[in-house]
Ligand binder design. Structure first.
Ligand code: C2E
Ligand code: CA
Ligand code: CA
Length: 526
């Protein structure tokens, strides 16, 4: 990857890092605001409904007491007294009277000669109550009233009373409506007739329409409902105020992240130069991870793993610098250094432990050049290795030029050096490589060993790999064995060797030697 594209990718990632949390925060802020506003609207709608229910209750009681008074003349003096009493004792009813046709004949308050024309009925309720929604009264010029008529009596209600909810906000519209017909009875502000339509089988709901948030609620007992309408600006304002806090935080977090990413890519871009210097200054050494025979638990070999310790003491992981070395053409120098280090460490190893094997890791580049043969010959000579003592490990991804690699691998094998296919199953076209090349060992990658005994989708892959290795006559080394259960499974499946923290972590060469000496014998190779 060149510098420009690396920087570009960094910026794209940084941009995503900045915008993703901000967009998410805005979305969350909006949802929270919408829910808060919807709840608020429902509170208003319920409040309106409660007032309407109380009004309806008072009307029903009032009219009831008149129809059951026993006086045949509805305008009898005793009835008028009851009317005046209702008027006085009820909070919502302004007046109550006897109605014939559209004309109020007598009432709890004085009427003009011949009664008062109330005009035609606007809404007929399910209960057969007849409602006039806009009636002018001589005693209150400029106001109109709601008149609810039932059984020959009419209650006069101040239109504002049911919707006299203190919202403290002029932009909020409120209304009551007839549940059965959907017609508006009283309202304040802007109410669309279609808003009274409810979905089936619900008694409350909120929705958004034409820039408004609407809450509707229905009475359980009466044929009425309440509506409250809030403009969406409220939600936008609420969202904005949350966003005002979150966006700057997101921007700061994003910038910090972007800088960290830039710093890391800079570091990466400078790494080849640092690697070169590290090679000059001998900052590398090898750690050896024992390979055990699963049946006996004996240490029969070890894998050499490169370690890089910076002058400050800090360790750099091979996962980090091996790919950089591979990309920058330094991997050959690294491999040469590994061979030299192994040669120095293992000078007398095979004389003391004739059956032991030692594995080193090679990269793609190593499998494409004749020089590797030279390098391995030197290593074999320095360690006095017998056939089978030395193993090279090549990952599947190192076999990108199969024709070149096949030739080098065959020549390595004729030197008496065994070849292991490493990280098996993690690359591509494994099967075709396996069939066209000769390998002695197959290393089952840690990622598959990890899945043993779990219900991960890939947990069955390990048994397929084992079956394949058996069919191709390869011995198997399982990597990254961390639990006895994994070891037992592999043993039962006929896997011969394993390495992993269950047995030992990578260690300095001297430790390996001490442990081997303490254990005594090591069986001879094959
Ligand atoms: P690898 O060849 O698959 O090596 C095994 C890695 O797994 C090693 O990491 C080892 O320390 C780690 N490991 C061993 N047992 C366990 C375990 O039980 N649990 C866990 N979690 N990890 C375990 P390391 O040493 O960091 O090496 C990482 C990779 O770097 C190696 O993977 C190999 O691909 C590469 N590498 C290491 N040394 C060399 C080298 O000398 N040359 C080349 N070309 N690559 C090397
Ligand atoms: Ca390896
Ligand atoms: Ca591996």
């Amino acid at each position: 990857m060149n510098k420009i594209s690396a920087t570009f990718i960094t910026f794209v990632i940084a941009l995503t890092a900045i915008s993703a949390p901000i967009l998410l925060a805005i979305q969350i802020a909006y949802n929270t605001a919408r829910e808060a506003e919807a709840n608020q609207a429902l509170v208003y709608a319920r409040d309106v409904l409660t007032r309407s229910e109380k009004t309806t209750e008072q009307i029903t009681q009032g009219i009831n007491s008149l129809t059951t008074s026993g006086h045949t003349d509805p305008c009898a003096e005793e009835n008028l007294a009851i009317m005046r009493n209702i008027d006085l004792s009820s909070t919502y009813i302004q007046a109550i009277g006897h109605i014939v046709g559209n004309r109020l004949i007598c009432a709890s308050l004085g009427l003009p000669e011949g009664g008062l024309d109330l005009g035609s009925v606007d809404v007929i309720q399910r209960s057969l109550a007849r409602i006039r929604t806009d009636v002018a009264m001589p005693f209150a010029q400029g106001n109109t009233f709601l008149v609810v008529e039932s059984d020959g009596y009419a209650a006069i209600i101040h239109k504002d009373l049911p919707i006299d909810v203190t919202t403290g906000d002029q932009s909020i519209s409120l209304a009551t409506f007839s549940k059965s017909t959907g017609e508006i009875l009283t309202f304040k502000g802007m109410i669309k007739p279609t808003w009274t339509t409810m979905p089936k089988d619900v008694t409350e709901h909120t929705f958004v329409d034409e820039g408004y948030l609407i809450a509707v609620t229905l009475s359980d007992t009466w044929d009425i409902g309440g509506i409250a309408v809030l403009p969406m600006q409220n939600i936008r304002a609420r969202t904005m105020s949350v966003a005002m806090v979150l966006v700057p935080v997101g921007i700061v977090a994003g910038i910090v992240l972007a800088l960290a990413l830039l710093y890391l890519t800079r570091q990466q871009q400078g790494l080849p130069a640092v690697l070169k210097a590290a090679l000059r200054q001998d900052e590398f050494f090898l750690a050896y991870q024992p390979v055990v025979e699963l049946q006996t638990g004996q240490w029969v070999g070890a894998e050499a793993l490169i370690r890089w310790q910076r002058p400050g003491g800090e360790m750099v992981r091979p996962d980090l610098f091996i790919p950089v070395a591979e990309d920058s053409g330094l991997i050959r120098s690294i491999s040469l250094r590994v061979a030299e280090l192994a040669a120095a460490d293992a000078a007398g190893l095979f004389q003391r432990n004739p059956g032991f094997h030692l594995a080193i890791n090679l990269s793609a580049e190593d499998l494409h050049t004749e020089d590797t043969i030279e390098m391995l010959l030197d290593l074999a000579k320095a360690t006095k290795a017998a056939p089978g003592n030395l193993i090279i490990e090549a990952t599947e991804s190192a076999l990108t030029k199969p024709d070149l690699a096949r030739d080098i691998i065959n020549r390595i094998r004729t030197l008496g050096i065994a070849v292991a296919i490493d990280d098996f199953g993690t690359g591509y076209s494994s099967l075709s490589y396996l069939q066209s090349m000769d390998f002695d060992y197959l290393k089952i990658d840690r990622s598959f060993v990890e899945t043993i005994g779990t219900d991960a989708a890939t947990s069955h892959v390990v048994t397929h790999i084992i079956a394949m290795a058996k069919a191709l006559n390869m011995e198997m080394v399982a990597e990254g064995v961390e639990t006895e259960a994994q070891a037992q499974f592999l043993r039962d499946q006929g896997v011969q060797y394993a390495q992993g923290w269950l047995f030992a972590k990578p260690m300095p060469f001297t430790d390996l030697m001490d442990k081997l000496a303490a254990a005594g014998n090591v069986r001879p190779v094959g």
